[in-house]
Ligand binder design. Structure first.
Ligand SMILES: Cc1ncc(COP(=O)(O)O)c(C=O)c1O
Length: 396
């Protein structure tokens, strides 16, 4: 089918809750993707962060093919080898004395974390959770209530009770919100959708201390930062601040739907039978894909690539900034890359698409790239050349 034919079917049969580019994508390989007309695009935002090791990573494709021929789905009333091995692999790489729960998406992982925080706080009558302004935790009601951005609440209020919001980076504000009913603080160690916002020095450490002082759970939403994107398996390892629980999804299974909660044993035992579940959670296909993802990151030595890619983009964008006054700030950690502009970023994304480059704009004016860890250097520079051309071509 041509892109136009697919679009015509969507117009008639698919609910229009997404703004879509007028292109039907049919095939991907590494950092490239092709449309129905055979046009190739360089993808610096592969799968909204899900394809951290590129499109169709060979080991993941193979593991999934093998798994579908053996066992596609069994419920969590049974033991499954792949789920057990994945939990072990994640816990070992976290260095935490923890256990895992699996689901299918980031929002579900956060629902699990929110429930765990409440179950843990319940004996002391605690249920409130502090989250940060400009956070993004997902679209289901618990995670949406945790997401401190009014634009996502508009029209679907009231939100779940008990969420309080502090500005990201402001330890004093978070401290002021803690009361006898607070059970947890939940935060993205680096805000993604909110504009690639890095935590100020000492901030995460301060939150850890605050949680310790008041007996609160510290939850890191690592849905976007996790699985090596920041150069360590989990972003918390960059900052040396251990959370009590962390959530994963996006890149966890190399592009296959998979979410997870890693919780320290001190709290994990509150999730007893009957408290939480996900029918498809931890299914053999997703877990086989996740194990192959971990295998690929290790065998291809991709963790150190994060810093290499960060440095290369930083050098390119700093060079561009000296010639382009539209660039206000460059924020980079590993393959989380944000370039804040003084103008709306949407036309920039559109202009890049015309030049067969896929990027993203978040928070109105932040160009966001979440490139794959195995993005080749020549592709990185080809992408930067296009961004240079587009930004330098803007009328000021
Ligand atoms: C930090 C963070 N948490 C949660 C989510 C929600 O994940 P999902 O769309 O898989 O539900 C996202 C998605 O962008 C995210 O970036």
């Amino acid at each position: 089918m041509t892109s136009q034919e697919t679009i015509a079917i969507f117009d008639k049969y698919v609910i229009g809750n997404y703004r879509r580019y007028p292109v039907s994508l049919v095939r991907g390989e590494g950092s490239y993707i092709w449309d129905a007309e055979g046009v190739r695009y360089l993808d610096l935002f592969p799968g909204w962060g899900c394809n951290l090791i590129g499109h169709c990573p060979p080991r993941v494709s193979q593991a999934v093919s093998e798994q579908v021929g053996k066992l596609i789905h069994v419920p969590n009333t049974w033991y499954m080898e792949a789920q057990g091995l994945l939990a072990k692999a994640l816990v070992e790489r976290s260095g935490l004395d923890a256990q895992c729960f699996f689901c299918n998406s980031g929002t579900e992982a956060n629902e699990a974390a929110i429930k765990l925080a409440r179950l843990n706080g319940k004996p002391k009558g605690r249920y409130k959770i502090i989250t940060m302004l400009n956070s993004f935790h997902g679209r289901t009601y618990g995670a949406l209530s945790a997401t401190a951005q009014p634009k996502y609440h508009k029209g679907v209020e009231p939100m779940l009770a008990g969420f309080q919001y502090a500005p990201f980076g402001d330890l004093e504000a978070a401290t002021k919100l803690v009361d006898a009913e607070t059970c947890a603080i939940m935060i993205e160690p680096i805000q993604g959708e909110g504009g690639i916002n890095l935590p100020p020095a000492g901030y995460l450490e301060g939150l850890r201390t605050l949680c310790d002082q008041h007996g609160l759970m510290l939850i890191f939403d690592e849905v976007q930062t996790g699985m090596g994107r920041t150069g360590t398996w989990f972003a918390f390892q960059n900052f040396g601040v251990e959370p009590d629980a962390l959530t994963l999804a996006k890149a966890l299974a190399g592009g296959v739907a998979c979410g997870g909660l890693l919780a320290k044993r001190t709290v994990a035992d509150k999730l007893v039978p009957g408290t939480h579940a996900a029918t498809f959670g931890g299914n053999p296909i997703a877990c086989a894909a996740a194990l192959a993802t971990i295998d690929t990151i290790e065998k291809d030595k991709l963790l150190p690539r994060a810093e290499h890619i960060a440095n290369a983009f930083r050098a390119r964008f700093e060079a561009l900034q000296s010639r382009c006054p539209l660039i206000q700030q460059i924020r980079i950690k590993g393959t989380m890359i944000g370039v804040e502009l003084s103008i709306d970023g949407t036309p920039i994304v559109d202009a890049c698409l015309k030049r067969k480059l896929l990027i993203n704009c978040t928070h109105g004016n932040v160009i966001r790239l979440l490139p794959a860890l195995n993005l080749p250097d020549d592709a990185l520079h080809a992408g930067c050349d296009i961004i240079d051309e587009v930004l330098l071509g803007q009328k000021i």
